[in-house]
Ligand binder design. Structure first.
Ligand SMILES: NC(=O)c1ccc[n+]([C@@H]2O[C@H](COP(=O)([O-])OP(=O)(O)OC[C@H]3O[C@@H](n4cnc5c(N)ncnc54)[C@H](OP(=O)(O)O)[C@@H]3O)[C@@H](O)[C@H]2O)c1
Length: 341
């Protein structure tokens, strides 16, 4: 142990970064510096950072906020929490700023971000992570966890990594570590195929699971994704204790069975980050989620028409500036239409 506090920087303090960074700052011997936008800096300076999960809520004052990555120069660990489209630019910036021994941990969805960071920073300095829960910003300075789920990180024998695992647990986050995270990253990607369904329906996550019409769509899209991953020989981790292949079948069962079998605790306000992006008129991560399945299928001489169609529908919604709020029947029809050649 060095005796000095572990300096953790968060690059891109939005829903995930502010949430994880906020709880980390409550752990002993940790200093947290969030890099985010001016609205976050102003709100935290005025009211502190509020993090909450279920009935647990903490107003965290002991957190610094900056608006430029340069502030991360002295970090021991940087949590990369920007959207996938920003990873390459951030990786380049961090290369110039960070000390050579600093670790970078990707807490992003999709399966490409750790590789993008490794290409710029070197493989030994980057750890992959999977955030298994949903987080939303209720206001500029209030981050809330809205579903249950663990944080999963790559296991690494490294002083800062060990201190980070301990600090995350001391901050009350449910953390597991794994030698090989790839099967979990891919299983999370399969779950994230539903983000496009969430965004195009405009419905909260709970509604998607309650309505059989939406579950039929989720099951079809997931089944296609599993088929592509299997054809590519990609190992997949179990989901909530279930073999991945059982989940599409389960989604077709009555909703009380789905709730019981998945044991899901979902806040009525939970919404995917893609839904939040569409709502704010921002580009989405669809190319890194459904688009990844389309790419993988093509690499193996196959197609993934449902995921391809979701990419097209999301692109159209981005161009239109918002969700088309498709009901289950209209959604099913749109999913099976072909884009005009
Ligand atoms: N939200 C969830 O529930 C959840 C769960 C699991 C995984 N994830 C994944 O976690 C990643 C982050 O998602 P999120 O929902 O937390 O996204 P988010 O709320 O958009 O957070 C990213 C933040 O980083 C900011 N940012 C980007 N570049 C910056 C820069 N150079 N300097 C300062 N700030 C910068 C963004 O500002 P602008 O928006 O102004 O660019 C935004 O506030 C994504 O890969 C997502 O898929 C999210």
């Amino acid at each position: 142990m060095s005796g000095a506090p572990l300096r953790v920087g968060v690059m891109g303090a939005g829903a995930v970064g502010a949430y994880v960074g906020g709880w980390l700052a409550t752990a002993p011997e940790v200093e947290v510096l969030l890099v985010g936008r001016q609205r976050l800096a102003d709100a935290v300076a005025a009211e502190g950072l509020v993090v909450s999960q279920g009935a647990r809520e903490e107003r965290v004052r002991q957190v610094q906020v900056a608006t430029a990555a340069a502030a991360l120069a002295e970090s021991d660990v940087v949590l990369c929490c920007v959207k996938s489209r920003d990873t390459e630019a951030v990786a380049k910036e961090l290369t110039e700023i960070l000390r050579p021994e600093a670790l970078v941990v990707s807490l992003q969805n999709g399966v490409r971000n750790p590789a993008t960071l490794r290409a710029a920073l070197g493989a030994e300095r980057v750890l992959a992570g999977v955030v298994g829960f949903n987080a939303v910003l209720r206001s500029a300075h209030e981050a809330r966890q809205t579903t249950d789920g663990d944080l999963e990180l790559e296991q690494r024998e490294h002083e800062s990594a060990r201190r980070l695992y301990a600090a995350l647990r001391a901050g009350g986050l449910s953390l597991t570590t794994h030698r090989d995270l790839a099967p979990r990253q891919w299983s999370k990607l399969l779950i994230n195929l539903s983000n496009a369904v969430s965004a195009l329906s405009g419905a909260p996550t709970k509604e998607l699971l309650v309505q059989a019409g939406y579950r039929r769509i989720l099951a079809a899209v997931l089944r296609e994704g599993i088929g592509v991953a299997r054809a590519a020989g990609q190992p997949l981790a179990r989901l909530r204790g279930l073999p991945v292949g059982a989940v599409p079948m389960l989604l077709r069962a009555p909703s009380w069975i789905v709730r019981l079998a998945l044991g899901l605790k979902v806040d009525p306000k939970a919404r995917s980050s893609m839904a939040q992006d569409l709502e704010r008129g921002r580009p989405t991560e669809v190319a890194y989620l459904n688009g990844e399945i389309v790419r993988l299928a093509a690499e193996h001489g196959a197609t993934a028409p449902l995921n391809q169609r979701l990419v097209e529908l999301i692109r159209a919604a981005e161009a239109a500036g918002g969700s088309p709020s498709l009901g289950p029947e209209a959604f099913w029809t749109a999913l099976h239409e072909r884009e005009d050649p």
